[in-house]
Each structure stands twice: as structure tokens, then as C-alpha cells.
Design a protein around this ligand. Structure first.
Ligand code: GLY
Length: 383
């Protein structure tokens, strides 16, 4: 096979198998911030109850931890950090903490931020390697230094000085997907013309596991930007929030998204509410989304309407061109001081086209998923 036609074979074969295995892909267990619920109506969760804790859908199983703390009268920041720590520790969530998909060099780099409403303090870390619990690290920056943000190797060294354990964050699963991404994107990292074809190469990487191959092909074609933002209001109306992520998969080393940016991926005003985001962080940074949502709620908008206003500003940046906007997905989440909550997604679907975009809410009874309000009532977002 000629070189040009061999490359075409690789691409065609990859695209073909992505389409062919879409059903399996979209039924996968991996999570990157989208909801696991089919495109159907999700029952609403009551508004205006306190204490309240919400997160992106991938935090559904972790909100009990935060609610336990709130019910015992604990601090709202302790509650949200405890909840996201469950997700950071989970090797099966490849958008956050341990097992996060790495940068283009195969290094997992994490970003996180915290804001403590009652004391008006904040902390954040970015591009941190080898430290698993970066939400807690951001809280340590807030508590132990007079800085707000520490990045890169300085953040890692600060963590070690504060007693955090250094670990290899790249799981075998994430390493294999990274290898498959390299094979897909570089002539150097795939078999030469005297070697088995692409499918055999993928089968060799994943020991023939079709589900893993299909999942790898999906995240190679559509690099995840999943994350977990989590925000809580207690019985007294005090509010805190955190956002933690491994950021955009296959990013250039040092790329920082919105999650550690106070006022973008995380924002709290104890008199008003809290806001967070998942999805393409660059779009959020450009509109200071978290701050925008807080200011909209201060003017009287509901959390959902405030999130929709932030979404409208992103859409306006592209003159509402659905083709351009269809190259990414983004969500906003918010609570207000009264215990009202809401979320908006750019598209009706989650990161998986067949699933409803949703978020997780715990109002003291149980953690449940609720539908996001879609800015565009259409399926989209880099499909
Ligand atoms: N929203 C996560 C990121 O873009 O890094």
C-alpha cells in the first residue's frame, strides 16, 4: 500500500469503527461530566431547600459525602472538597484527578480552585503533576499562604512541603488511551508499513477489548474537557465552591483551563450564590462565566437564567453560528443563597449524543440527576 493510501486507510478505518461502535461508546461507564441519563425528561428536584449541594453529573455518587458534613453543621468548603475528593480518587473518572487523561507528553496535569464564601478567601493551583487531591491542595494554598494561585512545579513542591503524597497519576487505562492517541496523531508512534494494520495495532494495545478500543477512539476523536465543579449552601445560607479537573486531554503541557481561574470556572459571593463550569474552558475564560453568573443572580435572575445569560455571551462570541459552536460543548451550574439551583448546557445532549445533559443535586433527601436547560434545543458539541 502506498504511503498516502495507507494513511487514508488508517483514518478511514478509525472513522468507520467510531461510527460502527457508537452504540457501545455511548453506553460506556467512563465519565467526563456528561450525564448517564437517556434523552428523556428527568424529574425536577425541589428548589429552595437548605442545606443543598450540587455538582456536575459525574459527582452524583459523591454528593452524600458532602451532604453528611452539611447535615452535621460542618463547613461548606469542607463539604464540597470532601465530595470532589471521591471523584479525584476514582481511577474510572478520566476527567479528574487520578486516572485523568494526560497531556500530549503523557503527563497528567491537574487544575483546581476553591472559594470560601463566609471569609471571602480563595485558593487555586494549576498544571500540578503527581499530586492527586488538588482541590484540597487549593484549599491549603488558601489556608496556609497569603497567595491565591500557585502553578506548575512550584505547586507540586508546595504540596510536598505540606505533606501531600507524590503519586503516578497515569493509570494503565489512561496510558493506553494516550498511546492510542499518539498512534492516531503521529506517523512515528504507529506501526510501519511492514507491521499489522491499525485495527491489529489497537487490539494489541488494548488486549482485544472492544469496549476499551471503542472508548479510546471516541476520546481520541473528541478530547474530553470534563471536570467536577461542586457548590454548597448550608442551613445558615453560607456558601462555598470548588472545581477540579485534569483539563483538556492531549493538551500542550502547561495549558490551563477555566477550572482554577477564580471568576471563570469557580465563583462565589456569600451574599448571592456560587457558579461553576465544565466543558471547553477557553470559552468560559473569555466571558468570565462564573463572575457573570453571580452578577446576573445579584440582579435577580434565577440560577438557570443566569447560566443561560453566560451561555448567550459565548454564543454571541461566534455570532450564534451553530457550526462553529458545534465544535465544542460547555455547561454552567449555579446555586443561590436561598437554595435554588440550576444549570445550562450549550447543547441538549451530554458529552454523549444520546444522553440528556444533566447535573447532580442533593437537597438532603437523596442525590439525583436533573436536566440542564439547553441553550440550543439540538444535539451538538463536537459530534
Ligand atoms: N473546563 C475544564 C477545562 O477546560 O480545562
Amino acid at each position: 500500500m502506498e504511503l498516502w493510501s495507507r494513511r487514508k486507510f488508517f483514518l478511514t478505518s478509525l472513522t468507520g469503527s467510531v461510527v460502527a461502535s457508537a452504540g457501545k461508546l455511548f453506553g460506556g461507564t467512563r465519565s467526563n461530566g456528561g450525564g448517564p441519563t437517556a434523552l428523556s425528561n428527568l424529574a425536577p428536584v425541589a428548589q429552595g431547600k437548605r442545606p443543598l449541594i450540587i455538582s456536575s453529573a459525574n459527582g452524583l455518587h459523591a454528593l452524600d459525602k458532602g451532604m453528611d458534613i452539611l447535615k452535621k453543621g460542618g463547613d461548606t468548603l469542607d463539604a464540597v472538597v470532601a465530595a470532589v475528593t471521591v471523584v479525584e480518587d476514582d481511577p474510572n473518572d478520566d476527567s479528574v484527578g487520578y486516572g485523568g487523561l494526560p497531556n500530549e507528553e503523557g503527563e497528567v496535569e491537574l487544575d483546581a480552585s476553591v472559594i470560601h464564601g463566609p471569609t471571602h478567601r480563595a485558593g487555586s493551583v494549576a498544571s500540578v503533576r503527581r499530586i492527586k487531591n488538588v482541590a484540597r491542595l487549593a484549599k491549603t494554598v488558601m489556608e496556609k499562604t497569603n497567595h491565591v494561585m500557585i502553578v506548575g512545579d512550584g505547586a507540586r513542591r508546595f504540596a510536598v512541603a505540606e505533606g501531600f503524597e507524590e503519586v503516578n497519576l497515569l493509570t494503565e487505562h489512561s496510558r493506553k488511551i494516550w498511546l492510542a492517541w499518539k498512534a492516531r496523531s503521529s506517523f512515528n508512534w504507529r506501526p510501519g508499513i511492514d507491521s499489522p494494520e491499525w485495527k491489529e495495532h489497537m487490539a494489541a494495545i488494548f488486549d482485544g477489548d472492544e469496549t476499551q478500543i471503542a472508548y479510546a477512539e471516541r476520546v481520541i476523536a473528541h478530547p474530553p474537557t470534563g471536570t467536577i465543579p461542586c457548590m454548597a449552601v448550608d442551613a445558615n445560607g453560607d456558601i462555598s465552591a470548588t472545581t477540579t479537573t485534569s483539563g483538556l486531554s492531549w493538551k500542550i503541557p502547561g495549558r490551563v483551563g477555566d477550572s482554577p481561574i477564580i471568576g471563570a470556572g469557580c465563583c462565589v459571593d456569600n451574599e448571592v450564590g456560587a457558579a461553576g463550569s465544565t466543558g471547553k474552558g477557553e470559552e468560559n475564560i473569555k466571558i468570565s462565566g462564573g463572575h457573570t453568573i453571580i452578577e446576573m443572580m445579584r440582579q435577580g435572575k434565577s440560577p438557570t437564567d443566569a447560566c443561560l445569560e453566560a451561555m448567550a455571551r459565548i454564543a454571541r462570541n461566534y455570532k450564534n453560528d451553530k457550526k462553529k459552536l458545534g465544535t465544542f460543548h460547555i455547561y454552567f451550574y449555579a446555586i443561590n443563597k436561598d437554595g435554588a439551583h440550576g444549570a445550562a448546557s450549550l447543547w441538549r445532549n451530554g458529552y454523549e449524543p444520546s444522553k440528556q445533559a444533566s447535573y447532580a443535586v442533593h437537597d438532603g433527601t437523596e442525590a439525583r440527576l436533573m436536566a440542564c436547560t439547553a441553550y440550543f434545543d439540538a444535539v451538538g458539541g463536537d459530534q
